[in-house]
Design a protein around this ligand. Structure first.
Ligand code: IMP
Ligand code: MG
Length: 176
């Protein structure tokens, strides 16, 4: 697979912003233990980098979800492919996701997790596409707002490719 990928957010800009988010999170959770839940696969690179700079005690877990139906016509139905391993009741949980697009995935997931009675539940998203939102989602920590373009890299894929790019790039619409 080979597309023309143009840089939207450079590796340096991304890492600097991740360090800022980590500092903010560390200060907000001072005196607490933070339990981070990464949404696979897209959130993996982001959570790994973010967690390295967080200074409060951190534990990590993973979930995998998929939306039924095609990418363009989101049905709003989310399927849990892999649930988290550890119970979250009474814990301070931070969900870490690559991107909030229509909001279907996160609005469903956060409601589901809330029912499991964490002490607190917040969301950290690397990217946000506000123009595409259908379901309202509160993003407590957001890396960057981006325009409505298809992005890849730093965990984000096109047909499972390009996740390993160390920056966020855009694939030209005529190539998608
Ligand atoms: P939502 O439910 O529409 O908010 O979809 C969120 C999911 O769609 C993300 O976790 C990504 O996996 C995927 N997604 C949305 N926009 C993009 C993009 O521009 N590039 C790659 N994946 C995307
Ligand atoms: Mg995702």
């Amino acid at each position: 697979m080979k597309h023309n990928v143009s840089t939207l957010i450079s590796e340096e800009k991304l890492i600097n912003r991740i360090k800022e988010l980590a500092a903010q999170i560390s200060s907000d959770y001072a005196g607490k233990d933070l339990h981070m839940i990464c949404i696979l696969k897209g959130g993996a690179y982001f959570m790994t980098e973010l967690s390295k700079y967080i200074t409060v005690p951190v534990t990590i877990d993973f979930m995998a979800v998929s939306s039924y139906g095609s990418k363009t016509v989101s049905s709003g139905i989310v399927k849990i492919i892999k649930d988290h391993d550890e119970p979250i009741e009474g814990r301070d949980v931070l969900v870490v996701e690559d991107i909030v697009d229509t909001g279907f995935t996160l609005s469903y997931l956060l409601e589901m997790l809330k029912d499991r009675k964490p002490a607190s539940l917040r969301l950290c998203a690397m990217l946000n596409k506000p123009d595409r939102r259908i379901r309202e989602v509160k993003i407590d920590y957001c890396g960057f707002d981006i325009p409505d373009e298809f992005v890849v890299g730093y965990g984000l894929d096109y047909d499972q490719h390009y996740r390993n790019l160390p920056y966020i790039g855009v694939i030209r619409p005529d190539e998608v």
